[in-house]
Design a protein around this ligand. Structure first.
Ligand SMILES: Cc1ncc(COP(=O)(O)O)c(C=O)c1O
Length: 422
């Protein structure tokens, strides 16, 4: 279809049509990819950045006392500075490279709790957490004798200030909460939460896995104490993630992993650990991944969050409007598409989410089905599983229409008539 024939109904349609060409996978595969919350696709420039590292700079950072080793170290440390600026962190050493969000959360839960928690202290997690921001705290509670308490949300995913304030006691040490839910797409007001917690001397750990790729996140303005995210959900390769932590906490916390590169000196009887960030980056680092993540950030900055958000919201509005017209479809969470941040979980009466995903897959549409690693939330919402589409800026209106068309036919394919709504 020529450019003239196609109706331009989405913001910056032409711009985003060009952007699409940056992703080779869409030229190579027949694919409607709507599982971006699980992992994003990667633009060519990011793939090239990773390859270029190995072609031009490959040596073990911090180890080689030769020119190539210095180049590798420089590339890696520049990537740290790119992340620092992206998150508006005050110091580069507040950026710890990890494998993913899960590792960052485990690091904080282990190291912070070992240092700061006492028997009878309380940890608060929201009921909407991904298992990655729940299990590390369950374990920390078991290890330290702390008590794990749950911050509830309503059916729309809203957590009220009152609910938070009512849960906090003088034993509460820490609140761990996601910025955007990977099931409902709703956004928690981290700035307000941090303010309420800090007034009571409580530390805030934020899970940015679903927010950092989609909205501007300024850790200094939000004043959160820790934040994690995964590179692979924001255009970068798998195996690189970030933990941001306030310097004063990171400096006091004990290391999480022990070994090479995280020490100043070692003797038979012990070791002096390196200063942050290296204290938390034991072993050979994923330098190529960090460099590729920095390239992904440059790519996102080049497009700009304003355009990204406008585009993702427009596609979310379209998807929700169309889905609501399909008999038997129930969307979880808020009515307003603006409260979904590209994430739409739904059920279809009489059809199991796995069957939905299977049938959509036959039309080359990739979605997620199951409990989305958030079982306590689904139990709280009264559903055992759901299907989820999650949208990225490189998705198109046509892809949403293809998905909706396929979804509309599922109940018929499963043998239901038009009037068989339960
Ligand atoms: C909100 C949230 N937190 C944490 C994670 C864990 O991310 P990773 O598997 O990259 O560590 C995910 C992954 O889906 C997520 O959606």
């Amino acid at each position: 279809m020529s450019k003239v024939e196609k109706p331009i109904s989405q913001p910056n349609e032409l711009f985003f049509r060009e952007i699409r060409n940056d992703f080779s996978i869409f030229q190579k595969l027949k694919l409607v990819y709507l599982d971006n919350a699980a992992t994003s696709q990667k633009p060519n420039c990011v793939l090239q950045a990773e390859q270029e590292f190995y072609e031009r700079y490959n040596a073990n950072p911090f180890r080689g006392l030769y020119e190539l080793g210095e180049h590798a170290t420089t590339q890696y440390e520049q990537a740290r500075q790119t992340v620092q600026k992206f998150l508006h962190a005050k110091y580069p050493e507040e950026i710890i490279f990890t494998r993913n969000a899960t590792e960052g959360l485990n690091l904080v839960a282990y190291s912070f709790s070992n240092y700061f928690f006492n028997d009878g202290d309380e940890i608060v997690v929201s009921i909407m957490e991904h298992h990655s921001n729940l299990l590390p705290w369950q374990q920390a509670a078991k290890r330290t004798g702390a008590l794990l308490r749950y911050l509830e949300c309503d059916q729309q995913g809203k957590i009220t200030e009152e609910a938070l304030k009512n849960l906090l006691t003088d034993r509460t040490k820490l609140v761990a909460i996601t910025q955007i839910s990977n099931v409902l797409g709703c956004k928690n007001d981290l700035k307000k939460i941090a303010q309420i917690c800090h007034e009571r001397g409580i530390v805030v750990v934020a899970d940015g896995a679903q927010s950092v790729p989609h909205i501007p996140v300024d850790v200094t303005d939000l004043d959160i104490d820790f934040l994690v995210f995964s590179g692979h959900k924001m255009l970068a390769p798998m195996g690189i993630g970030v933990l941001y932590g306030k310097k004063r906490f990171l400096e006091q916390m004990p290391p999480f992993l022990f070994g090479g590169e995280m020490i100043d000196s070692v003797s038979r009887n012990g070791a002096v650990f390196a200063p942050i960030p290296h204290k938390f980056e034991a072993g050979t680092v994923n330098a190529a991944g960090a460099v590729a993540l920095a390239r992904a950030i440059q790519y996102i900055n080049h497009i700009g969050f304003e355009k990204i958000q406008e585009r993702e919201t427009a596609l979310t509005v379209l998807a929700m409007e169309e889905m609501k017209r399909i008999p038997g479809v129930h969307i979880l969470g808020a009515e307003d598409p603006n409260d979904h941040h590209g994430i739409i979980s739904f059920t279809l009466e009489g059809v199991h989410p796995h069957d939905i995903a299977f049938i959509l897959n036959a039309d080359h549409i990739a979605v997620r089905a199951g409990h989305h690693c958030a079982q306590p939330l689904l139990q709280h919402l009264g559903v055992s599983s759901s299907t989820r589409i999650s949208i990225a800026f490189y998705n198109t209106e046509q892809e949403i229409q293809t998905f909706v068309k396929s979804l509309r036919q599922i109940r018929r394919k499963m043998g239901y008539g038009e009037s068989d709504i339960l």
